[in-house]
Write a protein that binds this ligand. Sequence first.
Ligand code: AHG
Ligand code: MN
Ligand code: MN
Length: 345
Amino acid sequence: MKTSHFQPDQTSLAYSVGITLDRFIKLKQSDFPFASGELSQLLRDIALAAKIVNRETNRAGLANIGGAFGQTNVQGEEQQKLDVIANIRFMRALSKGGEVCAIVSEEEDAVIDLQNNSGKYVVAIDPLDGSSNIDVNISIGTIFSIYRRKSPIGSPIQLEDIMQPGREQVAAGYVLYGSSTMLVYTTGCGVNGFTYENSLGEFFLSHPDIQAPKTGNIYSINEGLQLEWENGISAYIQSCKNQKMQSRYIGSLVADFHRNLLKGGIYLYPATLKNPSGKLRLLYEANALAFIIEQAGGKASDGKQRILDIQPESLHQRTPLLIGSVQLVEEVEQSVAFHLGLVTV
Ligand code: AHG
Ligand code: MN
Ligand code: MN
């Protein structure tokens, strides 16, 4: 019988769509110590919820799910309908999957104890980041951190399972609902980005082994608050202007972070008079992005210490956040230290 072999690279007419997120997670499973497949399943659960939130985000303008929900969260912020919807979608995905014992969410006052004592993992999540941009068609996101519980599997959850410093994360990621939808994650072995193919309903590997440029030309900060910054931050931003760096600020942390991760730059949300500990939350905003940026060769600091070394003391704790290209973060740290009189030149 006459046979022939299919040669995938034979023609460029039909381009390859590449490797799906599911397959990638499976291939990488052996990278985790004591891999049993549960973390892989958890990542897949998150990806599925992200697809659903992506769908809801896309039709928000038509489905009467834009605008305010009419309640405030524990931090006194007005909840948008999509904040609440995204929270429900991720809560359902995480609670039905069976791998998780507890969830911390921006939209929930207290820890959600799933009463699943056999669950190995704790998840901290900002289900919808950049809420103020929902109704104006600007990129928004989801941010998640995954920790292995400290207390024995099979026992009720303890505070020590929740209050872990960011360096204990076993995985973290974000979803960007933007001009295309992307999921970017790390399990501590580099950072990989996947782009969603709407018609196929799959995330495909599009940004393998992301490396943050060591320096960059972009600074991202809410400059309207300049009068509220400490001197070290003001001096640093002035030096960015002196160098004619580009100012880019979307107001969705995920989107600002993602751009700077790929292009090189720094994102800053420092302490202000209104928010003396900064605005962003340690457990479900700063830690995940700090883990990702370090895995990509960048840096994340609160101005004085590494974000991943901060010992959390409360669930919705805030932190100043200076994050991005390593050289730029070190420059702003030096500026802060100099103006506090901690270093002299
Ligand atoms: P969230 O929508 O989850 O509350 O987060 C909003 C955050 C972050 O996404 C963004 O970078 C920052 O708030 C913007 O704050 P300002 O409007 O004060 O600049
Ligand atoms: Mn947020
Ligand atoms: Mn949010």
